[in-house]
Every structure is written in C-alpha cells, then in structure tokens.
Write a protein that binds this ligand. Structure first.
Ligand SMILES: [Zn+2]
Length: 166
C-alpha cells in the first residue's frame, strides 16, 4: 500500500459520497441539498450541509459549516493540509473562507453556472494576487451531485404551485 493512500484516485469519490450524504440531510431539512466534508490525513474532521434558512444565517453554506465543525474539533481556525469535498462548486463567500482556513485542496462535484467562483463565473483560485494556492478539482461524481440538486428544485416547483414561495 502506498504511503499517500488518501490521494488514491478512488478516494475522491469515496469522500464525495460522504458529502452527498450531508447534502441529503439538507434536503430533509428543506434546504437546497449541498453537502461538504473536510478531510485531513485520510480522515473526516469536519462535515456540514447547507442550512441558511433554518439557521437564519446567509453564511450557513455547507462549506462554511464543515470548516466551522473542523475548527471546533481541531481547535484551530487554520486547517493546513486539508481537503474540502463539496457537492457543488463553491461560491465567492465560501472560496474566501476556504482561503482563510488555509485549505490545501478543494474537490467539488457539480459546476454552478450561477454563483460558482472556482471557474464557472469567476475563478478566485486562479487569482494570484490573493496569495493563496489551493489546488482545485471539479466534476467528481458531478452527475450524482447535479441530479440531487435538479431533483430538489423540480420537487420545489411542484410545491410552488400550492403557493409556497421559492
Ligand atoms: Zn457558498
């Protein structure tokens, strides 16, 4: 077995499945289903799901919740050497938090053409003036991640007909 097993190409999918499990928790809470896990040395040290409505907090995105969870567990607001797995391309706010936390690598599932800040709308990780050099990889289990989102919005459109605002 190679010493850098957590970098094994099979593991991005394994951890993305854990992020998808978090996304399902968001769906069950009536929130847009996005989930995230933070991995350090091959172990999950933080997890979270999107919950701005129930938390009454516009910053309660999955990535931020996972970073907060890891910060509490590890007793440090900086998380060098970690990899964040998230089912949807991070927005500008989350990308900023990822940089402040010194996350080393970001792996995301579906691209977000509306608010994605890792290449879809802008690419903050390609901005050398921000002086942060996390590596990024998109498209891991993209179909599963995207399907969960489109199924959620389809079900919500059904509810909207009954008068529930989106
Ligand atoms: Zn975000």
């Amino acid at each position: 077995m190679q010493p850098d097993t957590f970098e094994h190409p099979d593991n991005p999918a394994r951890f993305m499945r854990e992020a998808l499990a978090q996304a399902r928790l968001a769906w069950e809470a009536g929130e847009v289903p996005v989930g995230a896990v933070l991995v350090l040395d091959g172990e999950i040290v933080g997890q979270g799901f999107n919950q701005p409505i129930s938390a009454r907090d516009p910053s309660a995105h999955a990535e931020i919740m996972a970073l907060r969870d890891a910060g509490r567990r590890l007793g440090n607001y900086r998380l060098p050497g970690s990899t964040l797995y998230v089912t949807l391309e991070p927005c500008a706010m989350c990308s900023g938090a990822i940089m402040h936390a010194r996350v080393e690598r970001v792996v995301f599932g579906a691209h977000d053409p509306k608010t994605g800040a890792v290449g879809s709308v802008v690419n903050l990780f390609a901005e050398v003036r921000l002086n942060h050099h996390a590596t990024v990889e998109g498209g891991v289990l993209a179909e599963e991640c995207g399907t969960m989102l489109s199924a959620f919005f389809a079900s919500r459109r059904g509810k909207a007909k009954t008068g529930e605002a989106s």
